[in-house]
Design a protein around this ligand. Structure first.
Ligand code: C2E
Ligand code: MG
Ligand code: MG
Length: 605
């Protein structure tokens, strides 16, 4: 400023060559005036900028969701935002700049937003700040929210504190943790948590104590799910879970492993009788009928039990053995329980061997088709033959289809095997004299594949067998599973011109409604009713089936006829055909030809 005036004086004197004091006074005066004007303008601009900056700062910090505080080196508050005041329900009259940290915490304590020791808290905080450390800790508000607090030192002393409400985040994390360990449908612990707990418990079995693992498979689940729908299936599982929880004791840990499989771990067992008691309670719980979409549903279960340390101490081994025991219970006709035995392992291994051998047999062509004649009860003439698969095993000799068909169905090999039988039988039937019919068994698994009609059409085309001579035998299981899809396939087959027979009638669910749902050409009455013919009840069942079939223009064939008495009773009851050892056992393809040739019916050709 002075330099500026001096410069102006110098310029003025230089120009005038002398000093005019008035001029100089006027000059200095005007310079000062101009300077004052400039200075206040500059100040105003600066103040305005500062204000604008302050406003922006206020907007920013008061619109943060976090609580924010800035303290100076003397632990006095410089800045605090509204979120902080609101978060703890504090008074803005008290919490304002200049207040000491200790007074803020004391105020929080009075208003219930802090329940620790005020001095201890302040001392601990200043200790960590003095060490230049950022401190993190979590606190709960009286209304149950979780706040995460971070205190971070700033250059030149003092610190910034942020307070963040992490309640929702923590809840979401807890939910995710829960979902990872609990089943969403029943809220029971899931497989992962069951394994975790079992592993812990297996590692700490006290001497003279045992641990039991129960595998529970709900027998009725599939049929409830298929016939009443998924909603009913879900309700069944929920009811099973509720009933199991009701009967469980504190040392019994229940889990849902998935699908219709549940498991229970029983710990601190003194005596196996305690486990037998648990098995009884489980059956009681599962057999409790429940109301479901207006139906009274009852369920049952197959239960397998393995005990540690007797049946193993490793997680995998004990689980595998409980599973084997459960399968043994299923194989024993379901609705029962089995404790693990080492022989079960051997049986499963044998089954696995059978599966491997079967794959090889399909490649080697070790399967054969035998034929059993079906005979008319009106005129004792052969009407056709049923194709029955046979397996000539290189070491074990002939294996019965009763043994290998279930394994083939479980493994899906039945698709290949069934197709092979169909093609071989159609070809054989083309060598028969006359119009003898050919019956071929079709497994429910083949029905599910969706390409059955196509394969049948291909076999007929390849062999040249007229469709009217082919009869497919299906069981009720086909209709129970996927009603609509199965009915659609049946109609496709019918459209090809083949005949459809309902096999083993009376052994499955035997719902007469199946007879209404599809117009079968024939009903094959199971061997067990033929066996019971001598009894009053036995003959009246056959009579009822014959009457229903006749009313719907279906034929009836009695299976497993072994005696002349049975044949005569069936004839008297009005049954149309029979099949059984009385007339002939199933015989190889080469042996069926003479039988057919000797039958007068061959003339029909
Ligand atoms: P199925 O279709 O009910 O066949 C009748 C079964 O009864 C045959 O058993 C036959 O040998 C037997 N049988 C016939 N007459 C008598 C009798 O008078 N007394 C006695 N005790 N039994 C008699 P097999 O050949 O052992 O077949 C058993 C089952 O295996 C068949 O029952 C059928 O369900 C299934 N099966 C056989 N071959 C095939 C096939 O190629 N595909 C499919 N999916 N299943 C097949
Ligand atoms: Mg059959
Ligand atoms: Mg049968």
């Amino acid at each position: 400023m002075h330099r500026l005036i001096a410069k102006q004086i110098a310029q003025a004197t230089e120009a005038a060559g002398h000093v005019d004091i008035d001029k100089l006074a006027a000059l200095v005066g005007s310079t000062y005036e101009a300077f004052d004007r400039d200075r206040s303008a500059e100040l105003m601009v600066r103040e305005r900028d500062l204000q604008a900056q302050n406003d922006r700062f206020d907007i920013a910090i008061n619109n943060m969701t976090q609580g924010l505080l800035l303290f100076d080196a003397e632990s006095r508050l410089i800045v605090c935002n509204r979120s902080y005041i609101a978060m703890y329900g504090l008074s803005p009259e008290i919490v304002k700049s200049g207040i000491a940290l200790r007074d803020i915490i004391a105020h929080r304590r009075e208003s219930g937003a802090f329940n620790g020791d005020v001095d201890e808290y302040c001392a601990a905080l200043s200790r960590s700040l003095l060490q230049g450390r950022t401190s993190h800790h979590q606190t709960e508000t009286p209304d149950g929210r979780t706040i995460m607090i971070v205190n971070k030192p700033v250059a030149g002393g003092g610190w910034v504190a942020t307070h963040e409400d992490v309640t929702e985040r923590r809840r979401a994390e807890a939910r995710i943790r829960h979902l990872a360990h609990y089943d969403a449908l029943t809220d029971l612990p899931n497989r992962a948590l069951f394994h975790e707990r079992l592993r812990e418990e297996l590692g700490s079995i006290a001497p003279n104590r045992q641990l039991a693992v129960l595998y529970i498979d709900v027998d009725e689940f599939k049929s409830v799910n298929d016939t009443l729908g998924h909603q009913a299936g879900d309700q069944l599982l929920q009811s099973v879970a509720t009933n199991l929880r009701r009967v469980a004791r504190p040392n019994e840990f229940i889990a849902r492993l998935g699908g219709d499989e549940f498991a229970i771990m029983q710990t601190s067992i003194n005596d196996q009788a305690e486990t037998a008691g648990l098995v009884r309670r489980v059956f009681e719980a599962i057999r409790t009928p429940f109301e479901c979409l207006g139906h009274q549903v009852t369920s049952d279960a197959s239960v397998g039990v393995a005990m540690a340390p007797r049946h193993g101490t490793g997680l995998d081994q004990i689980l595998k053995n409980a599973d084997l025991a459960m399968y043994a219970a299923k194989a024993a006709g379901r609705r029962t329980s089995r404790f693990f035995e080492p022989a079960m392992d051997a049986r499963v291994k044998a089954r696995r061997m059978l599966e491997m051998d079967m794959r090889q047999a399909l490649i080697d062509g070790a399967f054969e088709v035998y034929y059993q004649p079906c005979v008319s009860l009106e005129n004792n003439r052969i009407t056709g033959c049923e194709a029955l698969a046979r397996w000539r095993h290189p070491e074990r000799g002939m294996i019965s289809p009763a043994d290998f068909i279930p394994v083939a169905e479980e493994t899906g090999l039945i698709n290949e095997l069934g197709e092979w039988v169909l093609n071989a039988a159609c070809k054989d039937a083309m060598t028969w004299p006359g119009e003898f019919k050919l019956a071929v068994n079709v497994s429910p698994v083949q029905f599910k594949s969706g390409t059955l009609a196509l394969k049948i059409a291909a076999a007929l085309a390849a062999s040249g067998l007229p469709a009217r001579r082919l009869e497919l035998e299906i069981t009720e299981a086909v209709l129970i599973r996927d009603d609509e899809a199965a009915l659609a396939t049946l109609h496709q087959l019918r459209a090809l011109g083949v005949r459809i027979a309902l096999d083993d009638f009376g052994t499955g669910y035997s719902s007469l409604s199946y007879l209404q749902r599809f117009p079968f050409d024939k009903i094959k009455i199971d061997r067990c009713f033929v066996n019971d013919l001598a009894t009053q009840g036995g003959s009246s069942i056959v009579q009822a089936v014959v009457n229903i079939a006749a009313a719907r223009h279906m034929m009836t064939l009695a299976e497993g006829v072994e005696t002349a008495e049975q044949r005569e009773s069936l004839r008297a009851l009005g049954c149309t055909e029979m099949q059984g050892f009385l007339f002939s056992k199933p015989v190889p393809a080469a042996d069926i030809l003479p039988l057919l040739r000797s039958d007068p019916r061959k003339a029909v050709a």
